[in-house]
Design a protein around this ligand. Structure first.
Ligand code: GUN
Length: 286
């Protein structure tokens, strides 16, 4: 089974658009997202553009703040302060990675946790770890939503997450292992220092790949019938490519996400969900 993230994301975005139009008619204000781009990763520019287009399509207002390489840490602090104070901005997203001379950590901590639509603020990561409600990081939230959409429950199953980043691996492992009906997996986190990656992966009923290394995982690392969710996306000479060797793994997997068209579109849909939630929470009489 092919897990169609593009189609699933479109369905979520369509529902969200209808809800946004109804809220706009009553409240007289659209949800607003501010995106800060202060980095030179070429992929970031594409992500930011896609986020802006998705916002506009859903009926949100979006503002992009693109900064030159000369931007200072202080300038970004002031910008975050200004956006925190603005009542027409519900969500603030600091696109990562930043220019090398900048430090993302104090900036992420400076974002008002109520406007933290990436769920990267320590308070919101803490809420995730404690099982409290709050905005969840978009990529792992998108993975969970995609599984839910296809009725693939990791409950009681062995889940292996390859990658331990703060953006994907760590929060995804917390979500999969949460005490919740749609979670309750037994989770193993693997990383670059895991001695027997192949053996670990072979035990997975649900295998989540977030290494960022093209075709690093072959069919010999996948259990027959496993659900394979490929979060990696790399640009190669032969186009975009995930962390697994898709053609080789496809016949072995019970279900698999394509790259592109798998997890990526779900990330954007979850950003819209988080922004709409922040907007609804900011209204006087929700
Ligand atoms: N860089 C790669 N993925 C993401 C993401 O989900 N959010 C932000 N802010 N930066 C990213």
């Amino acid at each position: 089974m092919l897990l169609d993230g593009k189609g699933t994301a479109l369905k979520i975005r369509t529902e969200l658009k209808t809800e946004t139009a109804a809220l706009l008619a009553v409240r007289g204000r659209a949800p607003g997202l501010a995106v800060i781009l202060a980095g030179d990763d070429p992929a970031s520019r594409i992500y930011v553009r896609n986020k802006r287009l998705a916002c506009e399509e859903a009926g949100f207002r979006s503002e992009t703040f693109e900064k030159p390489p000369s931007v200072s840490q202080k300038e970004l602090e002031y910008l975050v302060d200004e956006l925190n104070a603005r009542t027409d901005i519900d969500g603030i997203l600091l696109q990562l990675p930043l220019f090398a001379h900048l430090d993302s950590r104090p900036l992420l901590q400076r974002i008002d946790p109520a406007k933290d639509v990436d769920g990267f603020h320590p308070q919101n990561m803490g809420r995730l770890a404690l099982g409290l409600p709050g905005p969840r990081p978009c990529t792992p939230a998108g993975v969970m939503a995609l599984l839910r959409h296809y009725g693939l429950s990791p409950h009681g199953k062995r889940a292996v997450v390859v990658g331990r980043s703060n953006i994907v691996g760590k929060p995804l492992a917390l979500m999969l292992g949460a005490d919740a009906p749609e979670a309750n997996a037994t989770v193993t986190i693997c990383h670059s220092r895991t001695p027997n990656l192949r053996e670990e992966c072979l035990r997975a009923d649900f295998l989540f790949l977030a290494l960022g290394r093209p075709k690093a995982v072959g069919a010999d690392m996948v259990k027959e019938g496993a659900v394979v969710v490929d979060v990696g996306i790399s640009r190669t000479e032969r186009g975009l490519c995930g962390d697994c060797d898709f053609e080789a793994v496809l016949p072995k997997a019970g279900a698999i996400t394509p790259v592109p068209g798998g997890v990526g579109p779900m990330t954007i849909a979850m950003l819209l969900v988080n922004t709409l939630n922040a907007y609804k929470a900011s209204l006087p009489n929700p």
